[in-house]
Design a protein around this ligand. Structure first.
Ligand code: NAD
Ligand code: MG
Length: 479
């Protein structure tokens, strides 16, 4: 029986979007020096949401100078106890405004409101609360008796979790006494600009946080600026490598959080219904735009057919459509460019001989959409088994023994995350010791907590975000 839901849209009126935005530099919104702008759109409707300023090199310079001044005169000398008050205040304002911020995120990004409301925003607030708690306890973090801030941090983030990636970057930097120039992704600048308003509302001293919008050229000018002490980047492996080359030979500290191609490994003793939920959450959460997505499903051969059958059955119950509807599971693909990347890789899967299955569903007329898709008959040589698709596409492989599972799981240039599904605790530990992945989930997937460090091995990058380990990226050990 097909069960029809009545539409249940969240109110768009909860968010106010200005027709245009300036750059947030030294506590104020200012126009870019050369005046150029670009548009941000709602990927579910292609509607233009706002005109955004494109920061050029002179604007980057203004922002870095403001951050330096704020570091030297205000934020660096301030006690941890005082800094904590600002972080707590920001965390509380985020909670108070979370419904509005969730709507803004969904409009600009295309992710379902259910996810921005129930996952992104609670985690954003949690990151600020968690780091507020650290600000006056840094000498007990195991990083030396009097660890010092680094100075000015340049932070560049992607479009898949716009406000959450901002929180992962800004909260630890400020807690440790650094000031920040952050560049959000060009397709999703709105929540970062709303965060700039929150900084004003919290009366954060001018220049401690600067938000400059623009495309990759702005990001490049920022990370190459000689006045910064630290670069923190999340995004593609190619850009990460370019940034690493650009900072080589300078004294800038660097952390990179790049792509992934995680194995989600299901043993024959796993609770299958639970595993199916975990597989769906692992790859179809946030349209698969997740660096730690479980994009390679490794099934033990004896249960492969039954898991695939249960998975297809489950996928047929997902609802794709209006991201603002509270019943929607699968929202829009963030941009036409990302849609083309996904489409090209899916075609390569078909051309190389893998078997494609896509969830039957109606695709809205406007916007960018991709139905949840899975490939069987995949070999390790196929591009869809090797390259990050960053979309709702799952490649299914099989294995017979735990050794074979480890070998296949680790057969990737990436190493960000992995999942294990089994009833045996000893097997979980045996596997976790051998998986070359920064995060290993057991009988769950895509769980995040500010106290738990997140980061990669190999081409997934280096450095950790979150937890005590994440503080190390923003502190200088006093020798
Ligand atoms: P990207 O790496 O091009 O962009 C990420 C951020 O870096 C954006 O803010 C962008 O403006 C900026 N940027 C681009 N070029 C830069 C440069 N030379 N110097 C400094 N900053 C620069 O990623 P994308 O185009 O948004 O997505 C492409 C691929 O990246 C995806 O298909 C996916 O594989 C991967 N990705 C990974 C993550 C992740 O969380 N690890 C997030 C988004 C995208
Ligand atoms: Mg947008």
């Amino acid at each position: 029986m097909v069960f029809e839901y009545a539409p249940a849209p969240e109110s768009r009126a909860l968010a106010t979007i200005a027709s245009s935005y300036g750059l947030f530099i030294d506590g104020n919104f200012v126009d870019p020096i050369d005046g150029s702008q670009f548009k941000t759109v709602n990927p579910a409707t292609e509607e233009v949401l706002s005109e955004i300023s494109q920061a050029g090199p002179a604007d980057v310079d203004r922002a870095v100078v403001a951050a330096r001044r704020a570091y030297e005169q205000v934020w660096g000398p301030m006690t941890g106890r005082e800094r904590a008050k600002y972080l707590f205040r920001i965390a509380r304002i985020i909670q108070e405004r979370s419904r509005e911020l969730a709507v803004l995120e969904t409009l600009d990004n295309g992710k379902p409101i259910r996810e921005s409301r129930d996952v992104d925003l609670p985690l954003v607030a949690a990151h600020f609360f968690y780091h507020a708690g650290w600000a006056d306890k840094l000498e007990y973090a195991g990083l030396g008796s009097a660890p010092r801030p680094l100075g000015v941090a340049a932070q560049v983030i992607p479009w898949n979790f716009p406000l959450l990636m901002l929180a992962w970057k800004i909260a630890p930097a400020l807690a440790c006494g650094n000031t920040v120039v952050l560049k959000p992704a060009e397709t999703t600048p709105l929540t970062a600009l709303a965060f700039a308003e929150i900084c004003q509302q919290a009366e954060l001293p001018a220049g401690v946080v600067n938000i400059i919008t623009g495309d990759g050229s702005t990001g490049r000018a920022l990370v190459e600026h000689s006045g910064i002490d630290k670069v923190a980047f999340t995004g593609s492996t190619d850009v990460g490598k370019a940034i690493q080359r650009a900072v080589a030979g300078t004294s800038k500290r660097l952390t990179l959080e790049l792509g992934g191609k995680a194995a989600n490994i299901v043993f024959d003793d796993a609770p299958i219904d639970q595993a199916v939920e975990g597989i769906v959450n692992g790859i179809f959460f946030n349209q698969g735009h997740v660096c730690c997505a479980g994009s390679r499903l490794l099934l033990q051969e004896s249960v492969a057919d039954s898991v695939i059958e249960a998975l297809k059955r489950r996928l047929c119950t997902l609802r794709l459509g209006d991201p603002m509807d509270k019943n929607t599971d699968i929202g829009a693909i963030n941009s036409a460019e990302q849609w083309s990347r996904i489409d090209a890789l899916v075609r390569s899967g078909e051309d190389e001989g893998a078997e494609r299955w896509s969830m039957p569903c109606q695709i809205p007329e406007r916007g960018w959409w991709f139905p949840p898709t899975l490939f069987t008959s995949v070999t390790q040589a196929h591009r869809i088994a090797r390259e990050e698709i960053f979309g709702p596409v799952l490649s299914v492989l099989t294995f017979r023994t735990p050794d074979e599972a480890i070998e296949k799981a680790n057969n990737t240039p990436y190493g960000l995350s992995a999942g294990i599904w089994t009833e045996k605790g000893s097997r979980i530990l045996w596997m976790a010791n051998r998986l070359r992945a920064g995060v290993v989930w057991a009988n769950t997937f895509n769980r995040f907590d500010p106290a738990s460090p997140f980061g990669g091995f190999k081409e997934s990058g280096f450095g950790r975000e979150g937890g005590r380990q994440g503080l190390a990226a923003y502190l200088e050990r006093a020798s």
